[in-house]
Write a protein that binds this ligand. Sequence first.
Ligand code: AVI
Length: 327
Amino acid sequence: FTILPVRGLSKAPATDRTTFREDVIRGLTGTPKRLDSKYFYDAVGDKLFQDIMQLPEYYLTGCELEILSGQTREIIHAIQAHTGDFDLVELGAGDATKTRFLLRDLLDEGVDFTYFPIDISTNVIRSLEEYLPAELPALRYKGLNGEYFEMLRAAGALSRKHKVVLLMGANIGNFHPAEALQFCQAIREQLQPGDLLLIGFDLKKDPRVILEAYNDRQGVTKAFNLNLLTRINRELGADFHLDDFEHFPTYDPLSGSCKSYLFSKRAHQVHIGKTVIDFEDNEPVYMEISQKYSLQDAEQMALAAGFKPLVAFQDSRGWFADCLWGV
Ligand code: AVI
């Protein structure tokens, strides 16, 4: 297998640009103003997110790496205890840094499987294509470039085995809890008895630790948020001045909601093509949610979505959990 975007299943670029414009204008003309964090990930955004993952404040990467590098055998044995022959399908594979531990140990244990990394970013799928064969020559894989559910269906059509679906890196946190539940229900609908989901949750912890992870000293997270304005300038012909906006992350320890905003530092107007957007002084634009959960919250979500919670693998500080759910 080689990694190639599945053309025809992913959206055509022209439609993407139209949808992007509609979403941005709807978001910035609504009250309160908002932008969708799924648009963070252009080529620069992908790179900035890679940089975020290396930041000392962004503990999430280290926690999940600790789980996947230190408990790989336990994870594999738990998977094998709850399913038969399986293929691995990863939603939002990214650079698969953490998944590589799992892939390597599965190969070492002689497990016969195919890896289907799915990602919305063409860049991500292309770079996986470069290093996966070099690093894991024995690995069978097929990269799928497009929306999660379309690609999950595509993976289902290509596989005759049970599916072990991976949703790592706290990606579920970028949905509001009600949407996260719907998302898990939608995954569940595509799975059969004997299939499994391994899903990462960033757990509630010292609120200061969480807030710092989204407010790093080097300002990479700020640049990551502002980059969406640069993308809108470039792709939609807008005239945002980045200096007019400030990055403002918040964390509510009661609800576990970590939300990021950009706020306008002065009253001014921005043009997106022919559309004029009025910003008031200090007006916030809601950019992203990174929801934090307790283990009980995660378990409740599993049950509400129709899964059976099986095992939760945690790092030594109990800051992060990769939870195995069965069907
Ligand atoms: C991709 N996602 C899990 C990251 C998060 O922690 O919510 C995105 C991110 N946003 C700012 N820093 C990292």
